[in-house]
Design a protein around this ligand. Structure first.
Ligand code: GLC
Length: 594
């Protein structure tokens, strides 16, 4: 018996991801360098805004104590909050304030690796005989050349800097440690049961405080192939000494054992929401082992197929894609979870990806608002638990080409641009392409400060404080305050999101739990699907993913009424059967007659 449409709070909840450094600084907040930086108090001050959008759960990217080498995804103390964000007391207050509004807080759990400044690692690197030595992955050099210079144990490249080795040499003890993201993020050795116990302890600490659950950072990378094989050559070896080794640690040999242990030891004791970040896995069988209703692992994972649609073998590169591919990815995972009793997460943005309106639609002044609403309509009508990313609700777009590479603060972008300048220094065309890739793919686009209002610094931080990262130049016109208050013939992007989330809740049996059927599959521009509740209530979603008018045959009987379109405020006056004319980037939602 499938439990797919059995109601659960974590299936129906609307989750909003906060990128804490860029969300909201409270008055007077500055970091040590005197720059404006978001804070926990700032988050608390915006709960009413989130509530009115329709949010139930606030997930914040890491706010724990951290040197911020990778913006908090390098944790130095799992039970303390970084002073730039505030204190544990501030988080207690945030949890309490959420509760007052019938909302909850979800934390980011980053336990594939720690910071190199975590006490566990400081102990581990202090000597080969330290009791914590084995908490991380230490290996002897593969070889030494004649001059005695060591070579790393294998050819794996860093994920956030593919020009560099995933192994970092420690001169004190003459060994390498594994650090698949950056040298500041040594990988924990999950083979060691003490490490796992320490992780369970951290999880219980936060769950006992009342957090709703966790988003688990790269949780499918915790088990490595123990022989550490050489990675196949996929990047040009003339310019790349190191190669992606992900296949040897994505869904590795013991991952499911560890996930089961996590479930037994911690998750089964609480009523939690869990979502695993699991890049690089495509096998349905493998994914169902984690998110199947009886898997005893996690509620859901982030499947990256849609956000990797333009990724060849590494993220900072480009690949062509088309609307048919987008349609088939979305339809595939909708159907798989329904047929195999799993559960989807629905998302198209996060802090590791460029802005969706720039990526999948047209972010020019003429079409940005339509594109953002089109993507909202798609997401609010797909099955699964929905995640909205900070700024997505007002249609923030990518930073423009004119921005100097120095405006980009992310370690991945910095490493990438350094690589381009080194290996492409005599090739202006490749350098130009590198700049284009940064403009299209950098993670920084999702990390510009939130555009709250037309006040100085977009209301993100005090007027006399420079924000840590440049605010998008369009904040005076594109901001939350203007969109919340907007009055016109259409809804603003924010109001359209609010409408969509409300509709989704009111018709959860259709949009959250219902059946999914793609229609007119062969259409090259229009994505159409029908969602059906257990009781047989049907809704048709039609999304024109092109900048041209499209004609589309309504495949169902009669459309009773068009409940909304991204061109109207309320119901839309459109054909109810036969040929439907869709304007550029138009999306519409119709109730199908019974
Ligand atoms: C995840 C995070 C990303 C981080 C990486 C290493 O992919 O989302 O921001 O850089 O893990 O922790």
């Amino acid at each position: 018996m499938s439990t797919y449409n059995t109601p659960k709070w974590w299936k129906e909840s609307v989750i909003y991801q906060i990128y804490p450094s860029s969300f909201q600084a409270h008055p007077g907040a500055k970091n040590e360098q005197g720059v404006g930086w978001g804070t926990v108090k700032g988050i608390t001050s915006r709960l009413d805004y989130l509530k009115s959008l329709g949010v139930d759960i606030v997930w914040t990217s890491p706010i724990y104590k951290s040197p911020q080498a990778d913006m908090g995804y390098d944790i130095a103390d799992y039970k303390d909050i970084d002073p730039i964000y505030g204190s544990v007391a501030d988080v207690d207050e945030l949890i309490a304030e959420c509760k007052k509004r019938d909302m909850r807080l979800m934390m980011d759990l980053v336990v594939n690796h720690t910071s190199n400044m975590h006490q566990w690692f400081l102990d581990s690197r202090s000597s080969k005989s330290n009791p914590k030595r084995d908490w991380y992955i230490w290996k002897d050099p593969k070889s030494r050349n004649e001059a005695g210079t060591p070579e790393p144990p294998n050819n794996w490249a860093q994920i956030l800097g593919e020009a560099n080795s995933a192994w970092t040499y420690d001169t004190e003890t003459g060994q390498y440690y594994l650090s698949v993201f950056t040298p500041d993020q040594p990988d924990l050795n999950w083979e060691n049961p003490e490490v796992r116990e320490a992780v369970w302890d951290v999880m219980s600490f936060w769950l006992d405080k009342g957090v709703a659950g966790f988003r688990m950072d790269v949780i499918n990378m915790i088990s490595k192939v123990p022989t550490y094989p050489e990675a196949p050559i996929v990047l040009d070896p003339a310019t790349h000494k190191y190669q992606p080794g992900t296949q040897f640690f994505v869904n590795g040999p013991k991952m499911h054992d560890y996930m089961h242990e996590m479930y037994e030891k911690v998750l089964s004791k609480y009523d939690t929401i869990t979502v695993g970040e699991m890049p690089g896995v495509d096998s349905e069988d493998e994914i169902l082992r984690t998110v199947g209703a009886n898997a005893k692992e996690l509620n859901m994972i982030f499947i990256f197929a849609l956000v990797d649609i333009d990724k060849p073998n590494v993220r900072m590169a480009l690949k062509d894609w088309d609307v048919k591919e987008l349609k088939s990815i979305v339809s595939r995972w909708q159907n798989v979870m329904i047929e195999r009793d799993g559960w989807n997460s629905v998302f198209i943005e996060n802090h590791d990806n460029p802005r969706s309106v720039s990526r999948y639609t047209d972010d020019s002044d003429e079409w940005r608002d339509k594109g953002a609403k089109l993507l909202s309509l798609m997401q609010t009508t797909l099955g699964g638990t929905i995640f909205v990313y900070q700024g997505e609700e007002i249609g923030i777009k990518n930073a423009p080409m004119e921005w100097d590479p120095r405006e980009y603060k992310d370690i991945e972008t910095i490493n990438y641009w350094n690589k381009c300048q080194t290996i492409y220094k005599d090739d202006p065309e490749k350098l130009k392409l590198g700049r284009k890739i940064i403009q299209m793919k950098a993670r920084d686009h999702a990390r510009t400060p939130m555009q709250w209002s037309s006040a100085p610094n977009a209301g993100f931080c005090d007027a006399d404080t420079k924000p840590w990262m440049r605010i998008m130049d369009d904040w005076k016109t594109v901001n939350a305050e203007a969109q919340v208050k907007y009055e016109g013939d259409e809804l603003s992007t924010w109001q359209f999101w609010q409408r969509g989330l409300k509709d989704r809740k009111e018709h959860a049996d259709v949009f959250v739990y219902g059946g999914f059927e793609e229609v007119n599959k062969d259409d090259e521009n229009v994505f159409g699907y029908v969602r059906t509740s257990k009781e047989g209530e049907k809704w048709l979603v039609v999304l024109n993913f092109s900048g041209k008018e499209q004609k589309w045959m309504i495949p169902t009987k009669e459309v009773e009424f068009w409940a909304c379109s991204n061109y109207t405020k309320g119901r839309a006056d459109k054909a109810k059967s036969g040929e439907l004319v869709l304007k550029p980037w138009e999306g519409a939602l119709g109730k199908v007659s019974g």
